[in-house]
Design a protein around this ligand. Structure first.
Ligand SMILES: [Zn+2]
Ligand SMILES: [Zn+2]
Length: 255
């Protein structure tokens, strides 16, 4: 890997290490591009807030820290955010983010609905409507034109009929293809033996000839330097005949 666009910081409350340690590990791993994509702040009404993301007031510090590291280390460091598409609150979020020098967003659809009104996407389910909703919402997200790539698109955890799952995800892959959005093989999922990467998903992605990118989803400096997971990710892509991009074309959120 020469580029990774999926890196977290302690601000999300479930990542460890100082930013500088991430940079040093990235250099050790031979990365030329270290893209930061911590869990976005979100703006919810009524005092609701989720614990796994930074607060809006932490965004300036996040940006400043990366900018300072940029001037210190010989590695490209675009500033991104991993962002859910929540239909009720996404427009307001984008307005908020446009005041900051954010270089890109990756889509990470951790919840369906608006988070507080629907389940975690990775919760095991046999409910077909939940799968359909995840698919509809992901497609809507890609259609905003604001996302650079789709992180762990196979996060939805359906334990029912494989044919139903593949039929449901087929339009999602077709949409990614037509929007020119690469799909991420998530190395954290590989490292931790999670339910993703889901082979049925990648079979569908291959049918649609989708572009693929590897993402470390690093929640610790070591997460940026895991040759074993990287090798497995590449092997998965190769097995299905998927093309792995070395770099992503960053999509601006600014007008
Ligand atoms: Zn996370
Ligand atoms: Zn992530």
């Amino acid at each position: 890997m020469i580029a990774n666009y999926h890196t977290h910081t302690h601000r999300c409350n479930h990542a460890v290490g100082r930013e500088e340690e991430y940079v040093q590990e990235a250099l050790k791993a031979g990365l030329q591009i270290l893209g930061w994509a911590d869990h976005t702040p979100y703006i919810f009404p009524d005092g609701y807030y989720s614990h796994f993301r930074m607060r809006p007031a932490q965004l300036p510090g996040y940006i400043q820290t990366i900018q300072e590291l940029r001037s210190k280390y010989p590695i490209e460091m675009p500033i991104g955010l991993e962002t859910e598409y929540y239909p009720k609150h996404f427009p307001r979020l984008i307005e908020f983010l446009r005041d900051f020098p954010i270089d890109y967003l990756i889509l990470g659809q951790h919840f369906i609905g608006n988070e507080y009104d629907a389940p975690y996407s990775g919760l095991v389910t046999d409910d077909r409507e939940t799968v359909r909703q995840y698919c509809r919402q992901s497609m809507e997200a890609m259609n905003t034109g604001l996302f650079t790539y789709f992180a762990h698109p196979d996060l939805i955890h359906y334990n029912g009929d494989r044919k139903f799952y593949m039929d449901a995800l087929r339009p999602v892959c077709a949409e990614a293809k037509s929007c020119g959005i690469p799909l991420e093989i998530n190395l954290l999922g590989i490292r931790e033996g999670r339910h993703y990467p889901n082979r049925s998903f990648w079979e569908v992605a291959a049918e649609a000839d989708c572009d693929v990118i590897l993402g470390c989803d690093a929640h610790s400096p070591q997460g940026l330097n895991d040759p074993k997971a990287e090798k497995e990710g590449l092997a998965l892509a190769k097995e299905f005949g998927l093309t792995v991009l070395e770099k992503a074309d960053l999509r601006s959120i600014h007008r």
